[in-house]
Write a protein that binds this ligand. Structure first.
Ligand code: SAH
Ligand code: SF4
Length: 467
């Protein structure tokens, strides 16, 4: 499928709408309008939220961190698990009282949740004070909806069905001054049976190679110290142009951009993670030694039921190759416990895999049935208590693995980007392996790279000394 790009003419109309909103607010509000926006979920959503903020800025909004003071409140939502969805509904419910005190307040909800029919209808019926609901394929149309909402006082539901679009040229309002997310593709073609992402984010669409390179150069010139390339499956970047291994080429070219910065990327799908990619990480100077490679389950029957297109052996082979080529690499992963029908023996294969691969950290999720996915129709006899017990057992096993790994870092020195102070007042940064390290030092070090010697490795963080 050819990627469908939003035409410049259409975007120009939206930019004009931004100016119209700005003019309207200037005449009717008589002060600077304030926006409160909040993004839930993955880095992809965060990057979309930054483009939405970019458009709001063009409309004249400034940002505040208190929804009760805002003239425009937006929730950019995540649909990956039920728990996340319920949290969003709770937070939308809390906005009702702000609407009562400020009738001019505009409330908007967007992102993956609203792309689901049953959620859109729940918002329509049970949350009448939500003014604008716009889907993942209508992000660039926000200015027109804000304008209509202000001038015609219309409730808007803009949730087109689509395989997805790509739009370029909307400036991002970055939430972090040191680290920038740089999307390289949108959507997903994999249809893992438990996952709602392909249903709500559309088919995989790669951005144009030159657009990504130009963005990377601009981010470096703007002073960002870390660029994280993001996509649901970065390894298949460019497959929709008929290219293979284009991601390795992209990494090498960004690595060549002059400047003191580091490169990270996520997520890698094990079925597409080539040895060439690992060789590329090893050759590059700026690509950090961290590979996020979600395995989801250590059992072959469950992996098949999940439609993951690799088996345990393939996963272990890739992980071992990465460790041989790059001995200090950290491999992290996502895993689901309690997939429908997962037996205790099958779960124990997952426990043994984490010991075999020695992950430096794991995101463990209890399976959550998602409307419209194949897994949601599979018999699921395992009780919630059993699933929680498996979660705890796996967390404990991983804590022991991480502790052992971190212990092996004692006495060694690691370069880290210093990000700021933690609650205890100590400076903190992340090593190449993406492990948090804290130490004492002056504020001037924030935003710089420093060498830190590990003096006290703990389970989740390292304590160290400035060298
Ligand atoms: N594209 C990425 C992951 C995106 S979703 C990948 O394939 O690795 C992030 C993680 O959420 C997944 O890796 C999976 O572990 C988890 N997840 C997705 N759907 C889920 C569900 N229905 N229940 C529980 N966890 C889920
Ligand atoms: Fe979901 Fe699988 Fe696509 Fe990841 S690869 S987003 S888990 S369908």
């Amino acid at each position: 499928m050819a990627t469908s790009f939003v035409e410049q003419g259409e975007l120009n109309l939206q930019f004009e709408n931004c100016l119209k909103v700005k003019e309207f607010l200037k005449n009717h509000l008589g002060r600077t309008p304030l926006a409160f926006t909040h993004t839930y979920g993955c880095q992809g959503n965060v990057a979309e939220g930054e483009r939405i903020d970019g458009m709001l800025k063009m409309m004249g909004y400034e940002f505040c961190d208190d929804a009760s003071k805002a003239d425009f409140v937006l929730f950019n939502t995540c649909a990956v698990r039920e728990h996340a969805e319920e949290r969003v509904f709770g937070n939308i419910g809390m906005l009702k009282k702000f609407k009562e005190t400020n009738p001019n307040l505009i409330i908007a909800v967007c992102g993956c949740m609203v792309q689901q029919e049953h959620i859109k209808e729940r918002l329509r019926k049970s949350f009448p004070y939500v003014d604008i609901v716009f889907g993942t394929h209508a992000i660039h149309t926000l200015p027109e909806h804000v304008l209509n909402c202000l001038t015609k006082e219309e409730r808007v539901f803009a949730v087109p069905e689509s395989d997805g679009v790509v739009f370029e040229g909307v400036p991002s309002e970055h939430t972090n001054t040191l680290k920038a997310f740089l999307p390289i593709s949108y959507g997903c073609n994999n249809f893992c049976t438990y996952c709602v992402v392909p249903l709500v984010k559309g088919r995989e669409r790669s951005r144009r190679y030159e657009d990504i390179i130009n963005d990377a150069k601009r981010l470096v010139a703007e002073g960002f110290k870390e660029i994280m390339l993001i996509g649901q499956n970065v390894n298949s970047y460019g497959n929709d142009f008929g290219e293979t291994n284009l991601f390795s080429k992209l990494l090498k070219e960004i690595d060549e951009i002059p400047g003191d910065f580091i490169i990270r990327f996520m997520t890698s799908h094990p079925k597409d993670c080539s040895f060439e990619l690992i060789d590329t990480i090893a050759q590059c100077k700026k690509v950090e030694h961290h590979l996020h490679l979600p395995f989801q389950s250590g059992n072959d029957r469950v992996l098949k039921e999940m439609n993951r297109h690799y088996d345990r052996e393939r996963y272990v082979t890739v992980a071992k190759y990465a460790k041989e080529k790059i001995p200090d690499i950290a491999i992290t992963s996502d895993v689901i416990v309690g997939f429908p029908g997962e037996t205790r023996e099958e779960f124990l294969d997952t426990v043994s895999l984490i010991r075999e691969v020695e992950f430096s950290s794991l995101y463990i999720f209890i399976y959550s049935p998602r409307v419209g996915t194949k897994a949601a129709t599979m018999p699921d006899p395992i009780t919630a208590e059993e699933k929680s017990a498996r979660f705890k057992e796996l967390s404990d096993a991983q804590a022991a693995v991480a502790e052992g790994r971190n212990l092996s870092m004692k006495g060694k020195t690691y370069r880290a980007l210093i990000e700021g102070r933690n609650k205890a007042g100590r400076l903190g940064g992340r090593t190449s392996q993406n492990i948090m390290i804290e130490f004492d030092g002056p504020d001037e070090l924030i935003g710089t790279f420093q060498n830190i010697k590990v003096t006290e490795p703990l389970t989740w963080i390292l304590k160290g000394e400035l060298q």
